[in-house]
Design a protein. Structure first.
Length: 346
């Protein structure tokens, strides 16, 4: 991995974050509605998460001395992000408090108006002495205070507002189809009519899958049938996932960052096939042997020693458990995974 290339990629990610900061701050300074500011801050969060990923990729090609300097740079970015987050939260809290105060004032005005009408009707229909009238004039004030107090107490539980989850999207990747379908049915189908559900479904599909259900206006079952035929075949999903593993290039000595990529690929593949109830397509000696051939000789030696010393079966679950432990250890140790040269000791 070229150091200058990944450094430039990280710099571009930092530029994206800076532009997101400026855009969101402009909305806050202009006192724009909370919804607009929240959308802008979502962009900030995504940009910061992207910067973290690019920074980790950059640190993988550094030695220890360069790594410390890079971490100081990232810490400064983190501090900047935390300060901006606090400013954003202060803006939200101020808007919530202002809205609550407005609600309380409006309620008090309404109560006062209602009490005034009641007093007027009592004056027209009843003959009372001055002392009784004076007494009656104080009673609404007590009711008003009680009403305002109740409004303050009732508004407190609703002060925390949560952003609605975004609708799932599907771009035609068979690996993601089953998760998309499950999420969509949970979030939409259970709450909307069939016609509305189909309309929303069409908006969640990318161009290619959307073409499959063109002309279907109300038959949701048929729409799912067409999508299932093209993207929901578990065997096709299994073949695609297995192909991903086969295409993964053999790890060379010292490429610990690629070992981490292999671990993530295997875990993702295992989860996908488990979701489509085809776990047996990855939990077998053929695929396990395929994954072992992607490792270095040193890694394979450590894996063999692991299962022999603990008298374990070479199953996919045992392999994943060992690989994830190895990945965690390498990330924590730091030095080997950040150097893209040299051979790791077994």
């Amino acid at each position: 991995m070229d150091k200058d290339k990944v450094k430039n990629i990280r710099r571009a990610a930092k530029g994206t974050l800076t532009r997101a900061f400026i855009a969101c701050k402009n909305l806050i300074d202009a006192q724009r509605p909370v919804v607009e500011v929240k959308e802008a801050f979502d962009v900030v969060k995504n940009a910061y998460n992207g910067l973290e990923v690019k920074h980790e990729e950059f640190t993988m090609v550094l030695d220890d001395a360069q790594y410390d300097e890079a971490e100081e740079w990232m810490q400064a970015c983190n501090s900047e992000y935390m300060k901006f987050s606090m400013m954003y939260n202060d803006y939200l809290n101020a808007n919530v408090a202002e809205k609550e105060n407005d609600d309380v004032v409006n309620q008090a005005i309404n109560e006062d108006g209602n009490n005034a009408n009641v007093d007027g009707e009592n004056d027209e229909n009843n003959s009372v002495n001055d002392d009784q009238e004076s007494l009656d004039m104080h009673e609404p004030a007590e009711d008003e205070l009680s009403s305002v107090t109740k409004n303050v107490k009732l508004s407190s539980p609703f002060a925390m507002k949560h952003e609605k989850p975004k609708l799932p999207k599907f771009d035609g990747d068979v690996r993601q189809y089953f998760i998309f379908k499950s999420d969509f049915q949970h979030a939409v189908e259970a709450h909307c009519s069939e016609r509305d559900t189909l309309t929303i479904l069409r908006s969640c599909l990318n161009a290619q899958p959307a073409k499959l259900i063109e002309g279907i206006s109300s038959d949701l079952k048929t729409a799912w049938k067409y999508l299932d035929q093209n993207y929901g075949n578990p065997r096709v999903v299994s073949d695609t996932v297995t192909s991903d593993l086969e295409k993964f290039k053999i790890i060379q000595p010292g490429e610990d960052y690629r070992f981490c990529e292999l671990v993530n690929l295997v875990r993702r593949s295992y989860n996908i096939l488990k979701e489509v109830k085809r776990k047996q397509d990855i939990d077998n000696t053929h695929v396990i042997s395929l994954i072992e051939r992607k490792m270095t000789k040193d890694d394979l030696r450590v894996w063999s020693r692991h299962i022999n010393s603990r008298k374990l079966e070479p199953s996919m679950e045992n392999l994943l458990e060992w690989m994830e432990e190895e990945m965690t250890a390498r990330i924590r140790s730091g030095a080997t995974i950040r150097k893209n040269t040299g051979t790791r000791s077994g």
